[in-house]
Design a protein around this ligand. Structure first.
Ligand code: UD1
Ligand code: MG
Length: 447
C-alpha cells in the first residue's frame, strides 16, 4: 500500500454559521468537527495530515497541534482548490497517495475514506459522491457514459437541468500526490463565485487522459455542515450512531432518544441509563452502575453498581466508587467518593475525599472556596455528616466521627468524636399558649 497523507480544508470563513468561532471548531458529540475528520483519516491509515487554516484561526492551530497535526495558513480564502494547493510546501517531499477532504464533514468514518482510496487505485483519481432527495447547495456530479466523472458543477454555476441531478459531491478527493499538486496549480477561477474550485481538478486531470472514479458513499457519513441547522442535524445523526453503539454494547436505556452521549463516552455492558441524561466528554461508567433520569455527567468515572441521580451532576474529577449512591440535586466536583458512601440529597461535594461507607446528610455543603483559592475536605471512613452541615475547608472529619445536623464545622473533628456547632436549643415553658391567647385578643379588638 502506498503511503497515505491527508489535507483537511478548514480555512473557510464559515459565514453561514454566523459565529465568531471557526466552523470546524464547532463540536459534534462534544468534539470539534475537525477532530472527527482527523480521527477518520487516521483510522484509514493516513499518517501525515496537514490542516489548512486561515491566519486568524489560532484555535484551529492549537487544537490541531494538540492532536499532533500540523497546520498551514491560507492567507486569502480563494476557494477549496487554492486551499488544497496551500498544503503543497508542507508535502513537497511526499510521493504517496493524497486524500483531500473538507473540514466540515463531521460524520465521516475511516472505512468510507478507505473505500475512496480503493476506488482511486485503478486510475489514480477518485471522488466520493452521495445521493439524496434534499438537493441543497451541494456540487452536482455528472457522470460520463462509462460511469466515470464527467464534471462537477457547483450549485451556483449549475443550469436548471444540472440542478435536477441527484448525485452530489461529498468533498473528498483521492489522488497521487505529485499529480494532484500539478493539477491544482493549473486551476482557474472562471466561475460564478470567482474561486479556485477543488471540484475542477478532475477536469484538468482529464486533459492529461486521467479518468476520475466516483465512489457512491453513505449520505449521512459525508454530509457537510455549513450552518447551525446542519450542525444540529449532524449532532442528531451522531447521537443516533452513538446510542446504537451503546445499545449494541449492552447498555440499557429506557428512552435512548433522550440520552445525549459524548464521542468518548465509555459505557460498559449492563450499565443502565434513565431518560434525559447528558454525558459531556470524558465519562466512564462501569458495569452494573445506574445513571438515573435528568443527570448531567462530565469528566467523571462511575464504578460498578453505583447509583447516580435522578437529578445529579457530576463535574470533572468526580470519582464515584463501587456501590456509592449519589442522589437528587447532589453535585460532585473533583472528589473521590469511596465504596458504599452515600450522599442522597441536595449536597455539594467539591475538592473532597469521602471515605468508604460515609453518610453525607441532606444539604451538606463542602465550603471549598474562600473567594480566592480552593481548599480540600477530608471525610473519613464511616463518618456521618448530619443534614444541613457546612464543612468549611480546609478541614478533616476523621473516621467514624459524627457531625450534628445544622453544624458549621470550621475545625477538624477527631476519630469517633461528635462535633456539634450550632446554637444550643432552649425551651420556654408555656410560651406558645400565652402567645395564642394574646394574639386572639388582639385580632378580636380589630374586628
Ligand atoms: C464544497 C464543494 C461542493 C460540495 C460540498 C460538500 C467546492 C468548490 N465545492 O462546497 O461541491 O458539494 O463542499 O460539502 O469545493 N475552505 C478553505 N478555503 C477556502 C474555501 C473553503 O479552506 O478558500 C474550506 C472550508 O473551511 C470547508 C471546505 O473548504 O471546510 C469546503 O468549503 P465550503 O465553503 O464549506 O464549501 P461548500 O460550499 O460546502
Ligand atoms: Mg461545506
Amino acid at each position: 500500500m502506498a503511503e497515505r497523507a491527508g489535507i483537511i480544508l478548514a480555512a473557510g470563513i464559515g459565514r453561514r454559521m454566523k459565529s465568531a468561532k471557526p466552523k470546524v471548531m464547532h463540536t459534534v458529540a462534544g468534539r470539534p468537527v475537525l477532530g472527527h475528520v482527523i480521527a477518520a483519516m487516521r483510522e484509514a491509515g493516513v499518517g501525515r495530515i496537514v490542516v489548512v487554516r486561515s491566519a486568524q484561526a489560532d484555535s484551529v492551530r492549537d487544537y490541531a497541534a494538540s492532536l499532533d497535526v500540523a497546520t498551514v495558513v491560507q492567507e486569502q480564502q480563494l476557494g477549496t482548490g487554492h486551499a488544497a494547493a496551500c498544503a503543497m510546501p508542507a508535502l513537497s517531499d511526499f510521493s504517496g497517495t493524497l486524500l483531500i477532504n473538507n473540514g466540515d464533514m463531521p460524520l465521516v468514518t475511516g472505512p468510507t475514506f478507505s473505500s475512496v482510496f480503493a476506488a482511486a487505485e485503478k486510475t489514480g483519481l477518485a471522488i466520493a459522491a452521495f445521493r439524496a432527495s434534499e438537493p441543497g447547495a451541494y456540487g452536482r456530479v455528472i457522470l460520463d457514459a462509462d460511469g466515470y466523472l464527467d464534471r462537477i458543477v457547483e450549485h451556483k454555476d449549475a443550469t436548471e437541468a444540472e440542478r435536477d441531478v441527484d448525485l452530489f459531491n461529498a468533498g473528498t478527493v483521492v489522488a497521487n500526490a505529485p499529480d494532484f499538486f500539478r493539477w491544482a496549480a493549473k486551476l482557474e477561477k472562471t466561475n460564478a463565485q470567482g474561486e479556485f474550485y477543488l471540484t475542477d481538478v478532475p477536469l484538468i486531470a482529464k486533459r492529461e487522459g486521467v479518468r476520475c472514479a466516483v465512489l457512491e458513499s453513505d449520505a449521512v457519513e459525508v454530509m457537510g455542515m455549513n450552518d447551525r441547522a446542519e450542525l444540529a442535524q449532524a449532532e442528531a445523526q451522531m447521537q443516533t450512531r452513538l446510542r446504537a453503539r451503546a445499545l449494541g454494547a449492552g447498555v440499557g436505556m429506557l428512552a435512548p432518544q433522550t440520552v445525549f452521549l459524548s464521542w468518548d463516552s465509555v459505557l460498559e455492558a449492563d450499565v443502565w441509563i434513565g431518560p434525559f441524561v447528558v454525558f459531556g466528554p470524558g465519562v466512564t461508567v462501569r458495569s452494573g452502575a445506574e445513571i438515573r433520569a435528568f443527570s448531567h455527567l462530565e469528566g467523571s468515572i462511575v464504578e460498578q453498581r453505583a447509583v447516580v441521580g435522578p437529578y445529579a451532576r457530576l463535574r470533572p474529577g468526580a470519582s464515584i466508587g463501587e456501590d456509592v449512591h449519589i442522589g437528587n440535586f447532589v453535585e460532585v466536583k473533583n472528589a473521590q467518593i469511596e465504596k458504599g458512601a452515600k450522599a442522597n440529597h441536595l449536597s455539594y461535594l467539591g475538592d473532597a475525599h469521602v471515605g468508604p461507607g460515609a453518610n453525607i446528610g441532606a444539604g451538606t455543603i463542602t465550603c471549598n472556596y474562600d473567594g480566592f483559592v480552593k481548599h480540600p475536605t477530608q471525610i473519613g471512613a464511616g463518618a456521618f455528616i448530619g443534614s444541613n452541615s457546612a464543612l468549611v475547608a480546609p478541614i478533616a472529619i476523621e473516621d467514624g466521627a459524627v457531625v450534628g445536623a445544622g453544624s458549621v464545622v470550621t475545625r477538624d473533628v477527631s476519630k469517633d468524636a461528635l462535633a456539634v456547632a450550632r446554637a444550643e436549643q432552649k425551651e420556654i415553658s408555656g410560651w406558645a399558649a400565652r402567645f395564642r391567647v394574646r394574639k386572639t385578643a388582639e385580632k378580636a379588638k380589630r374586628g
